[in-house]
Design a protein around this ligand. Structure first.
Ligand code: THG
Length: 366
C-alpha cells in the first residue's frame, strides 16, 4: 500500500502525535487535513466502537466562524433549514445549497451566542462560499477559520469516560446541545453529537495547545474502560445511514435527493440562497433519492460510483459499501431512481469485481 507523503498542504492536527502513538494504519485527507480511517482494522475498530469507548481525531471537521451583528442573517441565507427557533447552546444539522439547490456541504451549525456561530463543515471549501456571500451582500460579519478542533468520544461507555474528565454535568447534555465545561482553565463546548450511532460527545477544542493534554487525560481516565483511539467507521456509518458529502451526495444533488428534505423549511426559511430552486423540488418531489441497499457476494472497496442496473438499464448508483459482520450482508448507500426505489426492489450492482445482486431496503440498519 502506498503512503500519503507529508507536506504543508496536508495539515496535521493538534491530536496527530496521539494518533500516531496509537498506531494509526490508514489516513484519508478531509478539508486538506489528516483524518484517520483505521487503527487495528476496520472490523476490529467496529467491534470495539460498539462495545467500549473510542477517542476520535475529527479535527478535520473544520469550523467556519461567523461573528458579528449580521451573523444570524448570514446563517439563514446559507441554509434552507429554519433557524428562527435555534437557541444558544443548540446544534443543528443544516444542508447548505447554491442558487440552483445543489448541495455545497452538510455541516453541523453550532450557536455560541446570538451573534456568534460555528459551521462544523464536511469535506468542501465552504469558507470561500461563506466569505463571498458575506462580502457580496455587504454583511457586518467576520468569517474565518478559528483554531478549533473537534475531538469525538464515541461508544456505549462515552458518558462514563466524559463524566470522569468533565464532571457529572455531561450526563445531562441533551442530543445536539452543548454545554461550556472547563478543562485546564479553559471553557470548551461539549456537545452530545458525533458521526456514529453508538452515542457520545464532541469536544470543540478551542486552542491547539490543549489538544494533547486533553487527549492524554481521556486515555488516562479511561484505562479500565478499554478506551482506544478510533475514527469514523465505514461499516458503522453505513449501517446508521450517516451520509458522507462528496461520496453519497455532491453539488449535483438537492437535499431532497439526499433524504435531507426534513431539514429544509422552504416556506419559512425565507431569504435563503437556493430557495426558489428548492421550492420547485419540494413541490414536485425528487426523481431519485438516497436508499439503504443490501448487496450479496464479495465486494471490493467502493472508491467510485457503482452503476445500479435493472433490466439492462441504469437506475442509480451505489456510493458507499462495506461488509457488515452484525447484519451478515454488504450494507450500502445508493441513489436510486423513483421507478426502482421501493423497498424490496431487486437490482444488480456493477462492481469492478463483477455484477452482484442487490436489494432496496426500507430503512438503514441502525
Ligand atoms: N460532527 C461535527 N461536524 C461534522 C460532522 C459531525 N462535520 C462533517 C460531517 N460530520 C457533517 N455531516 C454530518 C452527517 C450526519 C450527522 C452530522 C453531521 C448526524 N446525523 C444524525 C443522524 O442522521 O442520525 C442526526 C441528525 C439530526 O437529527 O439532527 O449526526 O459528525 N461536529
Amino acid at each position: 500500500m502506498a503512503v500519503i507523503s507529508p507536506s504543508r498542504r496536508v495539515r496535521r492536527t493538534p491530536f496527530t502525535p496521539g494518533v500516531e502513538a496509537a498506531g494509526v494504519k490508514g489516513y484519508t485527507v478531509y478539508n486538506r487535513m489528516l483524518l484517520p480511517t483505521f487503527f487495528e482494522g476496520v472490523v476490529e475498530d467496529y467491534r470495539h466502537l460498539k462495545s467500549h469507548v473510542q477517542v476520535w481525531d475529527v479535527a478535520c471537521e473544520r469550523q467556519v466562524e461567523v461573528r458579528g451583528p449580521d451573523a444570524a442573517r448570514l446563517m439563514q441565507m446559507l441554509t434552507p433549514r429554519d433557524l428562527t427557533r435555534m437557541d444558544v447552546g443548540q446544534c443543528y444539522y443544516v444542508p447548505m445549497v447554491d442558487e440552483t439547490g445543489g448541495m455545497l456541504n452538510d455541516p453541523v451549525a453550532v450557536k455560541l451566542a446570538e451573534d456568534h456561530y460555528w459551521i462544523s463543515i464536511a469535506d468542501s471549501d465552504l469558507l470561500l462560499w461563506v466569505k463571498a456571500v458575506a462580502l457580496g451582500y455587504r454583511l457586518d460579519v467576520l468569517v474565518d477559520e478559528p483554531d478549533v478542533s473537534p475531538l469525538a468520544v464515541q461508544g456505549p461507555k462515552a458518558d462514563e469516560l466524559m463524566a470522569r474528565v468533565f464532571g457529572e454535568a455531561v450526563r445531562s447534555i441533551r442530543f445536539f446541545r452543548f454545554a461550556m465545561l472547563p478543562f485546564e482553565g479553559r471553557y470548551l463546548a461539549v456537545a452530545r453529537s458525533g458521526y456514529s450511532k453508538q452515542g457520545g460527545f464532541e469536544i470543540y477544542v478551542n486552542g491547539s495547545d490543549i489538544g494533547m493534554p486533553l487527549w492524554d487525560a481521556l486515555f488516562k481516565a479511561g484505562e479500565d474502560l478499554n478506551v482506544r483511539a478510533g475514527c469514523p467507521n465505514l461499516i458503522e456509518r453505513i449501517e446508521g445511514g450517516l451520509l458522507s458529502y462528496g461520496n453519497d451526495m455532491t453539488r449535483d444533488n438537492t437535499p431532497h435527493e439526499a433524504g435531507l428534505g426534513k431539514f429544509c423549511n422552504t416556506t419559512s426559511a425565507i431569504g435563503c440562497i437556493g430557495r426558489d430552486a428548492l421550492l420547485r423540488v419540494a413541490k414536485e418531489g425528487p426523481v431519485q433519492q438516497i436508499r439503504a441497499i443490501s448487496i450479496d457476494g464479495e465486494i471490493p472497496a467502493c472508491d467510485r460510483p457503482w452503476p445500479l442496473m435493472a433490466g439492462g438499464k441504469k437506475v442509480g448508483q451505489v456510493t458507499s459499501a462495506a461488509r457488515s459482520p452484525d447484519f451478515n450482508t454488504n450494507v450500502a448507500i445508493g441513489m436510486v431512481r423513483m421507478t426502482h426505489w421501493d423497498a424490496g426492489t431487486k437490482l444488480e450492482v456493477e462492481t469492478p469485481a463483477g455484477m452482484r445482486p442487490a436489494m432496496v431496503q426500507d430503512k438503514f440498519w441502525i
